[in-house]
Design a protein around this ligand. Structure first.
Ligand SMILES: NC(=O)c1ccc[n+]([C@@H]2O[C@H](COP(=O)([O-])OP(=O)(O)OC[C@H]3O[C@@H](n4cnc5c(N)ncnc54)[C@H](OP(=O)(O)O)[C@@H]3O)[C@@H](O)[C@H]2O)c1
Length: 240
């Protein structure tokens, strides 16, 4: 198994891509901490992971709360061990152009999409450097490499996530640490289904994103792919 004996922490694991990534990491042998606000969904995921023979720790966490972020890392380390794999997957989006985006929406978008990933990464990096092993998987978006004016705050925050990932990777080439920012087009999740005018049958499937992350984690130590990895659909998800 790819991650036998490793510890992984996945944010936004109560649904969609995060829940499927957590299940995959457990399948690959990692002991997995799963975080999000919806505790019942996390518990159900943990139950499924444990039924399949894995280990899961649920930590109900609002990623906009600094004390909760600290507790998330502390509980994971105390109950599972030092974190080898950090998956910053949680995301928040409002479909609004810049001029309609409120201050509260800017703050929420940045807190979830960039501030929490930056703080969590900064907390786990020293341990990864000391152990000379770390994998950081940030879930970005096609809107993090292309310009989407109708998703103004989200688009800017996901561009920042690309920059954060590059900053982490650049400083850690020699430390056994790899960082990616996986940038999907539309995916068939709760977040994807609210896209106005979209054609969900043309969306990426969650499992297709998960398979890509599994592939990245399996690459050899000296192989650099990304940090940004763009994955889109062949068929148009937004026919005009
Ligand atoms: N679906 C798409 O079309 C698409 C395309 C490109 C990129 N992405 C990215 O993929 C990632 C996963 O999204 P998804 O598509 O799987 O959608 P999803 O099912 O709606 O998942 C979003 C996750 O983020 C968590 N989250 C949001 N705000 C949070 C907060 N304040 N504190 C803790 N957790 C929070 C949610 O958990 P709780 O509500 O339980 O807190 C949920 O688990 C996101 O980063 C998103 O930007 C999605």
């Amino acid at each position: 198994m790819l991650l036998a004996g490793r510890v992984a922490l996945v944010t936004g694991a109560s649904s969609g891509i995060g829940a499927a990534l957590a299940a995959m990491l457990a399948e690959e042998g990692a002991r997995v901490a799963v975080a999000a606000r919806r505790e019942a969904e996390l518990r159900e995921l943990a139950r499924r992971i444990e039924l399949a023979g894995g280990t899961a720790l649920t930590v109900a966490t609002d990623l906009t709360d600094d004390a909760a972020l600290r507790r998330l890392v502390e509980r994971t380390v105390d109950e599972l061990g030092p974190i080898d794999v950090l998956v910053n997957n949680a995301g928040f989006a409002v479909w609004k152009p810049l001029e309609l985006t409120s201050v509260a929406e800017w703050d929420q978008t940045f807190a979830v999409n960039i501030r929490a990933p930056a703080l969590l990464t900064a907390t786990v990096l020293p341990g990864m450097q000391a152990r000379r092993f770390g994998r950081i998987v940030n879930i970005g978006s096609e809107a993090g490499v292309a310009i989407v004016p109708s998703l103004a705050a989200y688009c800017v925050s996901k561009h920042a996530l690309v920059a954060l990932t590059e900053v982490v990777q650049d400083a850690n080439h020699e430390n056994g640490i790899k960082a990616w920012v996986v940038c999907p087009g539309f995916v068939d999740t709760e977040m994807g289904t609210v896209v106005p005018g979209a054609k969900p049958e043309n969306f990426l499937k969650v499992e297709e994103v998960v398979d890509l992350v599994r592939y990245l984690l399996g690459l050899g130590d000296n192989v650099k792919l990304g940090p940004p990895v763009l994955v889109r659909t062949m068929r148009n998800p937004m026919p005009s």
